[in-house]
Design a binder for this molecule. Structure first.
Ligand code: ARG
Length: 464
């Protein structure tokens, strides 16, 4: 008997595919999550084929109802996927032919898996991007609400993880609202650029059938069809853009997570994390570990890895499609899932976060945080050049350190030993509250500014 290959594409083959190769070549294990998008795309494609009289109306109706049946079979876990059928596209097509017969064989007219897979991934990613943007917005809302509660709570602002100047907890939280706002903007940009339909580019060169790509684009809610068939099937920029936007989100979240880890540690004790987001130790009964925060701190490892892995796959890849491109899916899927989980868990932690004002104040006072205010006083009141003022202030700090006092506990006599013409108004300048309330420059930390900033952030980020 003559050898053959029973694959959908097996016509020109004499030998069957090696089982080891079959396993290696298949993507159904992970691309099955694209089934909804694959079916959506196929319905739009076949509707267009019928509108253009490439297939009959009756064939379209059969295809559509067959695809709907397959969708419910898959949702109910009733379809057994086969590795032999490689991927979700061929598993669905094969099942369609099983259900509706001859008409099913017409679905693949005027398209290829190359334009099909690019379309499916774009459709899938578009939904994920919309969801992630909503998650980010919700996290922003939670941060804004917290900052409203603590708009005037004093805490140390750090540079080099050394106490710098006093700020308010509300101001600090709003910093993350800004970061997440930029992240949302990047996701929206990415969505806008990806929203062009590849389907109808066929394998790489377009097709000789009289198709209507604009119709399909409109059906699937793309702004327009892609302009160049070769670019359409070889483009994965959108996946890279998504993963790089996600990398920045992961960076931002990991910084916040790291602060939660440090601040909830017993050395700092600035905040208390809810028990719902911490875990116990199996050996040390006293422990309450900030696991959620630590995981969010760690996830950039995966997310950057995913980005780098696809960049490496695409680098130097000749046009147009290469099987290499099947390697796009796992990193993209994993990134979407991971970043969503990070955002949701971060929101849970922030919602339940309790600052400990006394501890923040204690750390503040130890850090001489009003030293800059003292220098500013020398400049504005005593007309000293800033550099000289900076130097003299250093001496004041030394004095306080020697006397083991905070700056606002120094007496005017003590101050006068270094700045003879200082007057008692300086005593107020050295107070932490007065330092903060004077930081009224646009974007500054004064509680009144923070209230304004909260109002603006609500308008900018929480509307619609
Ligand atoms: N599973 C394939 C992928 O994800 C679908 C495209 C296959 N195209 C091909 N010419 N072999 O990339």
């Amino acid at each position: 008997m003559k050898k053959s290959n029973s694959k959908i594409w097996g016509g020109r083959f004499l030998a069957p595919t090696d089982e080891i190769m079959e396993e290696f070549n298949s993507s159904i294990q992970f691309d099955k999550i694209l089934y909804i998008e694959d079916i959506e795309g196929s319905i739009a494609h076949s509707e267009m084929l019928s509108k253009q009289n490439i297939i009959s109306k009756n064939e379209f109706n059969l295809i559509k109802s067959g695809l709907k049946q397959i969708k419910s079979e898959i949702s109910n876990n009733k379809l057994n996927f086969s590795v032999k059928l490689e991927d979700i596209h061929m598993n669905i097509e094969n099942r369609l032919i099983e259900i509706i017969g001859e008409a099913g064989k017409k679905l693949h007219t005027a398209r290829s898996r190359n334009d099909q897979v690019a379309t499916d991934v774009k459709l899938w990613l578009r939904k994920r991007i919309d969801q992630i943007e909503l998650n980010l917005k919700s996290l922003q809302r939670t941060l804004i609400e917290k900052s409203e509660t603590y708009y005037d709570l004093l805490m140390p602002g750090y540079t080099h993880l050394q106490v710098g100047q006093p700020v308010t907890f509300g101001h600090y939280l709003l910093a993350y609202v800004e970061m997440l706002g930029r992240d949302r903007g990047r996701l929206r940009d990415c969505r806008k650029r990806l929203n062009e339909l590849p389907l109808g580019s066929a394998a790489l060169a377009g097709t000789s059938y009289p198709i209507d790509r604009h119709f399909v684009a409109q059906k699937l809610d793309f702004t327009k069809p892609t302009e160049n068939s070769m670019d359409s099937v070889s483009d994965r920029d959108f996946a890279i853009e998504f993963m790089s936007s996600s990398s920045l989100i992961a960076i931002h979240l990991s910084r916040l997570a790291e602060e939660l880890v440090i601040w909830s540690s017993d050395r700092f004790n600035f905040v208390k994390l809810s028990e719902s987001y911490t875990t116990g130790s199996s050996i040390m009964p006293q422990k309450r570990n900030p696991d959620a925060a630590e995981l969010i701190r760690a996830k950039p490892g995966r997310i950057f890895g995913n980005l780098l892995s696809l960049m490496t796959v695409l680098k130097g890849l000749p046009m147009t499609y290469g099987k290499d491109m099947q390697e796009d899916k796992e990193p993209v899927f994993d990134t979407a899932k991971t970043i969503e989980l990070c955002i949701i868990n971060m929101e849970g932690m922030i919602k339940n976060l309790k600052p400990i004002p006394d501890k923040m104040m204690e750390a503040l006072q130890k850090g001489f945080p009003t030293a800059t205010d003292f220098a500013d006083y020398l400049v504005s009141k005593l007309k000293m050049p800033f550099r000289d003022a900076h130097h003299l202030t250093g001496k004041i700090v030394l004095l306080a350190e020697k006397k083991e006092k905070t700056l606002d506990n120094l007496t005017i006599e003590e101050i006068k030993t270094i700045v003879p013409n200082a007057d008692t108004t300086i005593l107020d300048v050295l107070k932490i509250e007065s330092s903060v309330s004077k930081r009224t420059s646009y974007g500054g930390t004064a509680p009144n500014n923070v209230l304004q900033a909260i109002k603006k952030a609500k308008e900018t980020f929480l509307k619609d």
